[in-house]
Each structure stands twice: as structure tokens, then as C-alpha cells.
Design a protein around this ligand. Sequence first.
Ligand code: HEM
Ligand SMILES: [Ca+2]
Ligand SMILES: [Ca+2]
Length: 354
Amino acid sequence: MSVSSSSSSSSSSSSVVVFTCLLIICLITLHITMCVAKPKNTTRSPRQLSIDYYAKVCPQLEQLVGSVTSQQFKEEPVSGPATIRLFFHDCFVEGCDASILISSKPGSKMLAEKDAEDNRDLRGEGFETIRKAKALVESRCPGVVSCADILAIAARDYVHLAGGPYYQVKKGRWDGRRSMASSVASNIPRANSTVDQLLKLFSSKGLTLEDLVVLSGAHTMGFAHCDNFVSRLYDYHGTKQPDPAIDPRLLKELRMSCPHSGGNTDIVAPFDVTTPFLFDHAYYGNLASKLGLLASDQALFLDPRTKPLVQTLAKDKHNFFQAFAEAMEKMGSIGVKRGRKHGEKRKDCSMHIS
Ligand code: HEM
Ligand SMILES: [Ca+2]
Ligand SMILES: [Ca+2]
């Protein structure tokens, strides 16, 4: 239907239509202009974190946490890997909000995250570090510092204490009001996850292929229980044969620690057979020598998408340290909550406020 087909007798009504159209266009333009000229939110983005967040209310925060982490590092060296992993498991479920630290209510059927199957191997030493640090911080700066920020600082401290990079931690996270065991399984990677599954999970958190490879370098420290890799030793993918991507000497050693069945379930093996307590780049060199512990570790060297980065990081410690610091900052900003509406500042990290 064309406009020129209208008769002359309807000229006055058509000018009304034209006028109305012009008015509507004007109103739309005015609305858009106003929206552009006056942004709704002129304050800082709620997700923005900053290094000096506690400068006024708790300037000695990092020293307080540091006194606990350095003491723990001397007395219980496994506190390092335990806390770094705790931070990872916190950030991947509900964001970095200390939801992992909540204890299940006694007698309640609704379990908290820490009691989920996939978190049952998180070591007590990580929780203990944060409990001690929080108690000290509360005694000096009551009611202002979140458990989520203390966890981020403690993880950084242990990376550095073990010989890894030092980086500034941005702060301003609030603690979460929710912690449900049922949210864990779909958000935590598994020892036998494929690279495809890992990439999918990491990208759902805003992390890239590079972040996956670089953050996996945290497996330069710490230990894993036999059940996470035992099928690689005896019956890889139902073949009744070991995984061909394990070095024969490592295979022999791991088989001695971990029998096919009926072994001691408390036995653990180091991720990095060369320097399990040192934060270095040996993890990547190990992958190139078939010394990866989990299928998910070794897969990073087998997959053509991730292999080149593994090779680069194996060659250059400085490059790894730089990339790890950046990736930890990125992981540390996943799902961050700000303000009373979305979060809380707990007094005891294991219990919600009210
Ligand atoms: C990429 C996928 C990942 C998978 C499949 C994975 C899986 C695992 C598994 C199965 C364990 C052994 C738990 C046990 O048996 O006690 C473990 C330990 C550990 N993970 Fe990961 N992890 C991944 C990524 C990460 C990331 C991103 C970090 C930190 C940035 C991390 C840090 C650690 C540390 C430090 C340990 C040693 C804990 C200890 O000795 O107490 N992992 N991981
Ligand atoms: Ca969390
Ligand atoms: Ca190492």
C-alpha cells in the first residue's frame, strides 16, 4: 500500500497522521538523547575491585593476614596448596564470595558447598588458615573485612611464600548469602574432564583457553588422592591397559602407592614429582615428559589447541609467573558481589549473618 494512492479529500487527515508521526519521532529522539546524556549509574561499577579498598578502615589488613600465612607456611606447608585450591573452588561456585567456607547447619538436609562430594577432599588446613586470619583481622578491624577478600589475599601469600610471583590483590568482595552443595558438581572440573569440557566450563566463567592452561599451573604444588587417577594406571578407558601417555617409571611408582583396588584411600601422590612444595613452572615440563598426574593435566599436552602454550610456559618461568598473576586476578573477580543487597560481611566465615 503506497501513501500517494490516498485521495485529496483525505488531505487534512493525512496531515494529522504526518504530524503525529513527527511528534512520536521527536519524543523517541528526546528520550534517547536524555538516556545518553544522563547515564543511570554514575557511581563506580559494582563489580569493580580496588587495591586500596580497606586503606581507611583496615590499613594493616595485608600484614595481619600475612602474619598468619607465614606462620602456617612454616608449621603446616600443605596449607599453601590447600588454600590456593580453596580459592579456586570458591570462585567457581557462586563467584568469589566465601560461599565455600559456610558450614552446613546441624540437622539440616540442605548441605552447604563444603560438604558436596566434589569438595570432600579440600584439606582442613585451608579452612584453618582463613579461620585464624579472620579472627586476627576481626580483633583489629571488627566488622569491615569480608572473608572472600581474606581468602584472595591468603591464596596470593602462599603462592609467593612457595617461590611464586607476588602480585597485588584487588579487594572489595562481599561474602555470599547462599551456599548449596547442589550447586557444586556442575561448576567444578573433574580429574577425567576432557579439554572440551574444561574449555566450556572455564569460558562459562569468562576465562579463556590461556587462563585454563595457566591456572592449571597451580598443580605445580600439592597432592591428589589415588581415586582421581587410578584408572589411568590399570584400565584406561576400559582397555585393561595403562594410559599410554604415562611415563613407565612414574607408572611403576604410582602403582606401588595405589593398588588397583582395596588400597588405603588416604594415600596421595604429588602433582609435580620434581618439586611438589615449590611454586615453579616444572608442571609444564612434566607434561611434556608424560609426567602429568591427572588425565586432565596430561590432556593439556595432548590437545593441539593447548599444547603450544604448555610448551611455551615450560620454557619460560618469568612468562608463567606473569601470566599466573594476571589469571589469578581474573579468576578472583568472577561473580563478585558488592553491597548489603547482594552480600554480607560475616564475623565467623563459617556462618551467615543472622
Ligand atoms: C583445570 C581443571 C582442574 C581439575 C580437573 C582439577 C582437579 C584437581 C584434583 C582432582 C585435585 C586433587 C584433590 C585430592 O585428591 O585431594 C586437585 C588438587 C589441587 N588443585 Fe586442582 N584442578 C583443576 C584446576 C585447578 C586450578 C585452576 C587451581 C588453582 C588456581 C587448582 C589448584 C589445586 C591445588 C593447589 C591442588 C592441591 C591441593 C592439596 O594438595 O591440598 N586446580 N585438583
Ligand atoms: Ca563462591
Ligand atoms: Ca613445583
